[in-house]
Design a protein around this ligand. Structure first.
Ligand code: PMP
Length: 340
């Protein structure tokens, strides 16, 4: 090996992608702070190497599986994902000498599918992500793939305690330190529930009065479950905001640490993304737009005070949703109805 090549390889030990997961910045958002007359901060998770918060659980789940001997070197990590966990898993797996097989639902953006393929993941598109009881769901197919293929392991983020642990051990303490313990509200979208449960638990242990609020799309069942402890008698179709919303209660959601879950529609989220981009020049991700839309829609329930410190978690970036949120084909008319 030439000496130049050797130096590169030696250095590479220090530049392992997985060593750069976490420690993302938090910034005060002057625009939202001025609208709501309070202090609003954004935890910018798109600074992770895989450009989403889901790198954190991906790393925890992979390390846990390897530590417990669930998979041997060269094996395949299998997951059902709206794209972000899948990308984190595939990126880390590749670096560690494993493969990845990711089942996504047909609502997954083209950008995310291309990203998954670019890190070597095998991608399969399924009808829905309705959970393990539905034969056509991403979760069912991922589970059966892992059961039928040697040396493959289903990380099962919806029921894997490493998902919550990743946020309890990394995301939450980071925010706490960055805010110097000055947090009155934490708001995050809910998909598997890992983020809100891990961060919620950490914050409630620090101070029971910190409000932990979730965001889900219209049609999702989690807010109903939080209020009634039952599933709704009638289901309506979930408005497809990528990464959030469920037809079942994931094991990774611990509602003991969630105070309230707000619902937001697809069109309100899309118009929030466009408005935010027009004013700040920044492209927010789909579920981040749902959080911004929630602030606007539910303004009367928020009751923020000027002395509050509100942290919003933005899991990823708008570049993942150009075709769905920002392309010229997405036309907003004055009633904020967006045709896409
Ligand atoms: N937003 C996006 C874009 C996501 O990919 C996810 C993960 N599905 C979430 C929000 C929700 O995070 P969690 O799974 O931790 O509830």
């Amino acid at each position: 090996m030439s000496s130049k090549r050797y130096i590169l390889n030696k250095k590479r030990k220090n530049i392992l992608t997985r060593n750069f997961i976490g420690n993302t910045p938090i910034r005060r958002c002057d625009y939202l702070s001025s609208i709501y007359n309070t202090n609003i901060f954004i935890k910018e998770e798109f600074h992770n190497p895989g450009m989403s918060s889901k790198d954190r659980p991906a790393l925890f789940m992979i390390e846990d599986a390897i530590r417990k001997g669930k998979i041997k070197p060269g094996g395949t990590f299998v997951e059902a994902s709206s794209g972000n966990t899948g990308y984190g898993l595939a990126m880390i797996a590749k670096e560690m000498g494993y493969a990845a097989k990711i089942f996504v639902s047909k609502s997954c953006s083209l950008e995310k599918i291309e990203m998954l393929k670019s890190v070597g993941a095998k991608v399969e598109i399924c009808d829905n992500s309705n959970g393990l009881h539905d034969f056509y769901s991403t979760q069912f197919k991922a589970q059966s793939y892992a059961a039928n293929n040697l040396n493959s392991y289903f990380t099962n983020q919806y029921y894997n305690s490493s998902n919550i642990k990743a946020h309890y051990r990394t995301t939450a303490p980071e925010i706490w330190e960055q805010m110097k313990g000055k947090v009155t509200h934490f708001i995050a979208g809910i998909g598997t529930g890992g983020t809100i449960s891990g961060v919620g638990r950490f914050f409630k242990e620090k101070n029971r009065n910190i409000k932990i609020w979730g965001v889900e799309p219209v049609g999702s069942v989690l807010s109903h479950f939080l209020s009634h402890r039952t599933l709704p008698e009638e289901y309506i179709t979930i408005e497809p905001i990528e990464g959030i919303g469920r037809t079942f209660i994931p094991g990774a959601l611990d509602i003991n640490y969630v105070d309230k879950i707000f619902q937001i529609g697809l069109l309100d989220s899309k118009s929030a993304a466009q408005e935010y981009k027009n004013i700040t020049g920044f492209l927010v991700g789909f579920s981040s737009a749902a959080i911004i839309g929630t602030l606007k829609k539910h303004i009367n329930d928020l009751a923020f005070r000027p002395t509050d410190y509100v942290v919003l978690l933005f899991p990823d970036h708008g570049s993942r949703y150009l075709s769905k949120l920002y392309s010229k084909n997405c036309i907003a008319n004055e009633k904020s109805k967006i045709i896409c």
